[in-house]
Design a protein around this ligand. Structure first.
Ligand SMILES: [Zn+2]
Length: 340
């Protein structure tokens, strides 16, 4: 079986965005306050997925996508904490409906109701609701709820600890995932995302976070940002800072996905990063939607790059499914209960 650890509901029916637009408009004009949520039928949900994610799963030969709300639309910087909570619940509930309609194709990961300047602890209740009540298996954690201004404490600060305690208690991992950029210096998917991935890894090196939380697990998406390419720099920095080797310091807790959209990048990832720390992901339908004219295939058809890796079948299977089942134990339990 093949598990894609990184997919967002980028094709949600237009009613979802209309709800959000009304919610944002209501910040200035309370008369425009929308109802509790968008009205979307099951058929609309089916239609939004059949020609997109489900079609691509079939074409590419993948089975199950770990599915979360559209990351760039989380936009934690918009409005107040109440705005973020209302939007987050609507988005998570919609993912839950997708999973109920297609339990063999999707499993849920939640958005968190983060908001700039608000304690991270305040996101714990929604995380718990999603995991315990909706059967979700993880969350996306935004290290920069400001949307590109980076005024939250580093991920290793005690600010985040109450949320980490909840992650550990529920035994679910977090994907470090920023949202839209409202800083014009940083293109969202081309710069802000990759910066955040790289930044998170360096923060982990500088801290004893994983001594405090030995079972806390993070997935750093987009191939780990710049980290694998600069692996020697990070090893060397840790050494200069008299930190333990990376294998001990971070690599029991940190995983990278394969959302790197060319073969040479995946070859490097697989050569540099231990195979136990790599999870297959494509982020389809997502950041890059076109076809690479040099290969004739979609850039985000990352399974092709894994297939082409010179690596044994057992190791490939770890990347394609085994590691995901280990990092997301609730997924493993769910699959075992279904005899998979
Ligand atoms: Zn993503």
């Amino acid at each position: 079986m093949i598990i894609d650890c990184h997919g967002h509901y980028t094709t949600a029916p237009g009613e979802l965005q209309a709800f959000r637009d009304a919610q944002v408009a209501a910040l200035k004009d309370p008369a425009r306050t929308p109802g509790t949520g968008p009205v979307i039928s099951d058929d609309q949900i089916r239609e939004s997925l059949e020609g997109a994610q489900l079609k691509l799963q079939r074409e590419r030969g993948t089975d199950l996508t770990i599915f979360s709300p559209r990351a760039s639309a989380m936009a934690h910087h918009v409005g107040s904490e109440a705005t973020s909570l209302a939007w987050t619940r609507v988005c998570n509930d919609l993912i839950h409906r997708v999973v109920r309609l297609y339990p063999d194709n999707f499993v849920g990961v939640c958005q968190l109701p983060q908001s700039p300047g608000v304690p991270a602890a305040n996101s714990a209740a929604e995380l718990e609701r999603c995991v315990r009540d909706l059967g979700f298996i993880g969350c996306n954690l935004n290290p920069d709820p400001s949307g590109g201004h980076w005024n939250a404490p580093p991920l290793t600060d005690r600010h985040w600890y109450p949320l980490y305690e909840k992650l550990v208690e529920l035994d679910v991992p977090a994907m470090v995932h920023v949202s839209a950029s409202c800083n014009p210096n940083f293109h969202a998917t081309g710069a802000h995302y990759i910066n955040a991935d790289t930044t998170a890894f360096m923060q982990f090196i500088q801290s004893d976070l994983f001594r405090d939380f030995p079972t806390l697990r993070f997935i750093i998406p987009h191939g780990g940002g710049a980290v694998p390419y600069h692996w020697g720099r990070y090893r060397g920095l840790a050494q200069d800072m008299k930190r333990p080797p990376l294998a001990e310091l971070v690599m029991r807790n940190v995983y990278f996905d394969t959302c790197v959209y060319h073969q040479a990048g995946i070859d490097l990832l697989a050569r540099v990063i231990p195979v136990d720390n790599i999870l297959f992901g494509s982020e389809m339908v997502g950041a890059v939607r076109g076809i690479d004219p040099t290969t004739g295939h979609y850039y985000d058809d990352t399974k092709r790059y894994i297939d082409a890796l010179s690596m044994g079948a057992a190791d490939k299977q770890k990347i394609l499914a085994g590691n995901a089942r280990r990092v997301f134990p609730r997924l493993d339990q769910l699959l075992k209960a279904r005899g998979r």
